[in-house]
Design a protein around this ligand. Structure first.
Ligand SMILES: *Cc1c(COP(=O)(O)O)cnc(C)c1O
Length: 362
């Protein structure tokens, strides 16, 4: 699937300006010259697939997404391998999840080949934007929104699907560290029957006050409890969570419909099982977490997702007091699993599960 029309940007960033941007791109602030775009209309289906100059998308003030938030997105990274090839990590898993999100928000599914093809077409157009600094990548953001101009509450009859690309620096510049997290007792992220398992913008909008509360308490991230009992750990605002115990086992909250099914989460479970570790998916209560941290039964905890890959959790703070995990710093098992996953993603170690998707010349 590479039948994307290509209209090259006549005003690309100059090579010198690009080099300056790529020297220290940070995250989510630098963008490439192009974007991929596909339109959808009821009766017509997906059409007009193209790669064009990145730029504003003119919008009528009555465009449905601005009112009822019918919007979903994905997040994935492309890496430069040692042989110079550009590679994606499990892009068909992102494509499948995109369609599950679409179904939950009453949006049309996009054929998986078209999803992956759009990302490949954009990466080919913007190949010069891969930063060469250590640990860098191009973060890709496919998204889709309701583009019909209509204020009635119903699924939109038209959608716009886009992919933009953002060169990113090394997330762990300055070495591994451990984050502190705030347990939200006021806000929940997702309720049974809701949209917690869908990657939609609305979930993030609703998580912002909890994130602000975390920041006000000096924490890096917020962790949410389940909406029914307010007891079981679910996940962070945009990352899944794992616990590592002194018996060599690891555990992560089970996918119950309220937790986002992370591809990093799934990959780490497989890598841990490859190592012979016991991996459990089960509910884990916040009081248990506190008790296990105090007794030493819990050795490490970590958060995971595409952006940061894997990050140790050193301290948990809440209205009921704070506790530290291990010595409060990066965990050994956490760092080992992270190194293993990063090495597969970046092509410096073998890829036993066939996760790496290399992008050919066209
Ligand atoms: C995207 C996301 C994750 C992590 O998913 P990955 O596929 O590992 O990047 C976890 N939680 C939420 C809420 C997310 O939106």
């Amino acid at each position: 699937m590479s039948d994307f029309a290509f209209a090259p940007n006549p005003n690309c960033v100059t090579p010198d300006a690009r080099a300056a941007l790529l020297a220290d791109p940070g995250f989510g602030r630098v963008f490439t010259d192009h974007m991929a775009m596909i339109r959808y209309a009821d009766g017509k289906g997906w059409h007009d697939a193209k790669v064009v100059a990145r730029g504003p998308i003119p919008m009528d003030p009555a465009t449905a997404v601005l009112h009822y938030a019918q919007e979903i997105f994905e997040g994935m990274k492309a890496y430069r391998h040692p042989d110079g090839a550009t590679a994606l990590f499990r892009p068909f898993a992102n494509a499948a999840r995109f369609n599950r999100s679409a179904t939950r928000l009453a949006m049309p599914e996009l054929p998986e080949e078209m999803f992956v093809g759009s990302v490949e077409a954009l990466l080919r157009a913007d190949a010069d934007w891969m930063p060469s600094i250590d640990g860098a990548s191009i973060y890709l953001r496919p998204f889709m929104f309701a583009s019909e101009v209509f204020l009635g509450v119903k699924p939109s009859a038209e959608y716009l699907y886009l992919v933009i690309a953002s060169p990113s620096g090394n997330y762990w510049k300055g070495g591994a560290r451990a984050i502190s997290i705030w347990v939200s007792d006021q806000y929940t992220r997702a309720a049974p029957g809701g949209t917690g398992a869908a990657k939609c913008g609305g979930n993030y909008a609703a998580s912002l006050p909890a994130m602000a509360e975390a920041t006000a308490h000096g924490c890096d991230q917020v962790v949410f409890l389940d909406a029914v009992e307010r007891r079981y750990v679910e996940e962070l605002g945009g990352m899944n969570v794992f616990f590592a115990f002194d018996d060599g086992s690891i555990a992560t909250p089970a996918l119950s419909g309220t937790i986002l099914e992370g591809i990093t989460r799934d990959s780490l479970m497989m890598l841990a099982r490859d190592e012979g570790l016991t991996v459990r998916e089960e509910p884990y209560a916040i009081d248990q977490w506190r008790a296990d941290a105090a007794s030493g039964h819990l050795r490490e905890a970590f958060a995971c997702g595409t952006a940061a890959v894997v990050t140790s959790i050193g301290e948990v703070r809440s209205a009921n007091g704070n506790f530290t995990i291990g010595a409060g710093g990066p965990g050994q098992l956490t760092e080992r699993l992270k190194d293993r996953l990063v090495a597969i993603q970046r092509g410096t170690q073998a890829d036993p599960h066939g996760w790496v998707h290399r992008i050919g010349p066209n």
